[in-house]
Design a protein around this ligand. Sequence first.
Ligand code: ATP
Ligand code: MG
Length: 517
Amino acid sequence: MSVEPRSNFLRTQIQADLESARVSALVTRFPPEPNGYLHLGHAKSISVNFGLAEQFGGHCHLRFDDTNPEKESQEFIDSIQEDVRWLGYQWQGEVRYASAYFNQLYEWAMYLIDQRLAYVCDLSAEEARDYRGTLTEPGRNSPFRERSVDESRDLFARMRQGEFAEGARVLRAKIDMGAANMNLRDPILYRIRHASHHQTGTEWPIYPTYDFAHGQEDAIEGITHSICTLEFEDHRPLYEWFVEHLPVPHTPRQIEFARLNTSYTITSKRKLKQLVDEEVVIGWDDPRLPTIAGLRRRGYPAAAIRHFCEEVGTSRSDSTADVAMLESAVRDHLNQSAPRRMCVMKPLRVTLTNLPDTLLLDVRNHPADLDFGSRQLSMGAELFIDQDDFREEANKHFKRLVLGKRVRLRGGLVIEADRCDKDAEGEVTQVFARCVTSVPGADPEDGLKPKGVIHWVSADEAVPATIRRYDRLFGVPEPAREQDLMAAVNPHSLIVIDTAMIEPGLVNATPEAGVSV
Ligand code: ATP
Ligand code: MG
């Protein structure tokens, strides 16, 4: 099942850029920061960037934006690569790292100092905040702004040598402290951080800011279209300033689109981390989390996630997609792609009083698609059905097994219930029934056809299993707006059923390999 790419403003823009030969081949990138697991929002960004490259015969890079070493780790780097691949995409060439460009970025910072477009500033963080002004008031020039080129060069080189303490000084661009756009008020380019980095070790005691690194990384890699989310719109003038004032090899074009928000879902890494750290869920790959790893464990097909990302569309206005759209895409995909197996959650023993021999049944693996083939199940005199599938009495809306009535066992015979045993509390403990057909799939000869079909397992061959039934993690449609996120957690989001009995063939089933047919 695939969805046709629909027209959207990104596709229109790229098409126009290719037709006008402004660019000769599309190059996009997905630039995650390796400080958490990817989530559904990232899946949207991945499907946009890799999807566009696929559609227009271009390339997409995977680049780790690793300028913040304290929060990053190899665990996240590994999981992100696995998730992108699992979603069905492959990046062009090797995985890339912002940290691989640290030397180039350092040289460009020196270049800006030489051009009198950057200076080392010794204001403390608090003073700098004060000098920065507000949305309604312009900022004031730092007293260090007119420092000589030589002095800034010397101080910056010594920052790089690790001579100064964290927070002692920063390198800033010299743009305009009166700019209405706060991002242009002499933004920070480099900070001192005596932190070890997962890629560069202890080589660098200074790190570029995201703003100084990001656009230049795109320029180095020849990214033609830097697609990002709307919160970076206000940063675009700054990125353009850098590209204009630095000898970069290439000019990327930034286009913003609205983030994907989904109802009943949290897609903030900080909040997801809180759920993991406070053990509300079992880990980053808990099936209730909207992380790609969680969705994968929950059994969501990658194709269904891609389908959802396409179906919600790509626009420049913020909106929230209904999570039911995702759930419905998952059901549609699984309905077509999943081989069927039987399991009973709360077993109720059924004894077939007139079955002379165990029957070997050939049961179809898919109700509609014969290509899934069939499997053999044996049906003896002792079976389990689900407790909920039996009632002593019921009206005609209950289409399952009722005393004195008939039901079809999926893939097997038609049976009629004669009597049942009960325990001291009045709970039914066993049902005695008769087979009223002898050929699997056939209708009773007396013409009294059963209305319903129920599932079952053989009491002799079924295997006990623990079933985890997952529901939405939050009981409210907009959990991100809750004051107390923890109070919004659905207490029934995980129900563990340890009484289940499953078909023997399910024992070695895995989400990756499925079941052996
Ligand atoms: P968070 O807001 O959870 O910290 P982030 O956006 O900072 O996430 P990054 O690792 O920087 O996380 O994201 C990598 C890419 O994914 C960025 O280009 C970002 O714009 C995009 N992205 C993140 N969340 C969403 C979302 N909800 N919808 C679309 N794109 C997203
Ligand atoms: Mg980010």
